[in-house]
Design a protein around this ligand. Structure first.
Ligand SMILES: [Zn+2]
Length: 111
């Protein structure tokens, strides 16, 4: 594993301040000399800020419960497929965005 790979694995924890002082020092020293890891860190920070801004407007109660309302069977997808053609595209987009949203939520819980 190269230095960059090791640093990359720790960047999320670094940004969320979950590292020891010694680990922080190691990351800072590497970022000082490595442009690509610096860019990766900047992208992660930007993404985290965007997500925080996006979620700031949504009451926590809704964030917590919204995904409990997602149908657990495939009926929703069947409904979409049986729907009139010009609605299918929009509903498919909505369906896939739901999955994206769910992924983002899981990622946030993991961060
Ligand atoms: Zn690097």
């Amino acid at each position: 594993m190269t230095d960059c790979e090791r640093i990359s694995d720790s960047l999320i924890d670094y940004i969320n301040r979950r590292l020891t002082q010694e680990q922080n020092g190691e990351i800072v020293s590497h970022l000082a000399v490595c442009h690509s890891c610096r860019k990766e860190a900047a992208d992660l920070i930007r993404f985290k800020k965007l997500e925080q801004e996006r979620m700031a407007d949504v009451p926590q109660e809704i964030v917590d419960t919204a995904f409990l309302r997602i149908p657990k069977d495939d009926k929703f997808l069947d409904d979409i497929i049986d729907f009139r053609p010009y609605h299918v595209v929009f509903n498919l987009i909505r369906y896939s965005l739901t999955a994206v949203n769910q992924t983002i939520q899981l990622a946030q819980q993991a961060i």
